[in-house]
Design a protein around this ligand. Structure first.
Ligand code: DQA
Length: 151
C-alpha cells in the first residue's frame, strides 16, 4: 500500500498575494505571509507539514495540482480566488485528487455580487468554508487533520 506523506498543500489563487492591501474591509488586514505563518504554527502540534503555493495564473495552479497528484498528500486547502467562479480547468484538475479538499473564501461569497454566488468547485470538493476571514484557513486545517485522524 502506498504511504501517504504527512503533507497538506495550501493553494491561493489570483490577487491573494495582495492581501493586507487589497480591499481590507472585505478581506481583512493580514497579509498572505501572516496567514501562512499562523497556519504553519498551528500545524506543528498537529504533526503535519504544510506546503504553500500562490499563483495569479490558472495554468500554474493546474500544474501544481498535477505535481501533488503524484505526491499522494493528505489534503488540500484552496482559496481559488476569482477562478472559483470561472475555472473548469481547476475543477478538472481537482477531480484528479482523492484526498480531502477544502475550498475556502475569506469573504462570504453568497453575501456578495451574484457572479460570486456560483462556485464551479463546490460540488466536487469535500467542503467549503466561506466568510470567516483568515480563520477559514485554520478551520480547514483542523477539519482535514481531524478527518484523517478519524479515518
Ligand atoms: C475570494 C472570493 C472571490 O470571489 C474573489 O474573487 C477573491 C477572494 C475570498 O477569499 O473571499 O479573490 O476567494
Amino acid at each position: 500500500m502506498t504511504q501517504k506523506i504527512k503533507k497538506i498543500q495550501v493553494i491561493n489563487g489570483p490577487n491573494l498575494n495582495m492581501l493586507g492591501k487589497r480591499e481590507p474591509e472585505i478581506y481583512g488586514s493580514l497579509t498572505l505571509d501572516q496567514i501562512n505563518t499562523n497556519l504553519a504554527q498551528q500545524a506543528i502540534p498537529l504533526g503535519v507539514a504544510l506546503d504553500f503555493f500562490q499563483s495569479n495564473h490558472e495554468g500554474a495552479i493546474v500544474d501544481k495540482l498535477h505535481e501533488i497528484f503524484d505526491e499522494n498528500i493528505l489534503g488540500v486547502i484552496i482559496n481559488p480566488g476569482a477562478f472559483t467562479h470561472t475555472s473548469i480547468a481547476l475543477r478538472d484538475a481537482l477531480l484528479l485528487l482523492t484526498c480531502p479538499i477544502v475550498e475556502i473564501h475569506l469573504s462570504n461569497i453568497y453575501k456578495r455580487e451574484a457572479f460570486r454566488h456560483t462556485s464551479l468547485l463546490a460540488d466536487i470538493v469535500t467542503g467549503q468554508i466561506t466568510g470567516f476571514g483568515h480563520y477559514g484557513y485554520q478551520m480547514a486545517l483542523s477539519a482535514i487533520v481531524n478527518m484523517i485522524n478519524e479515518s
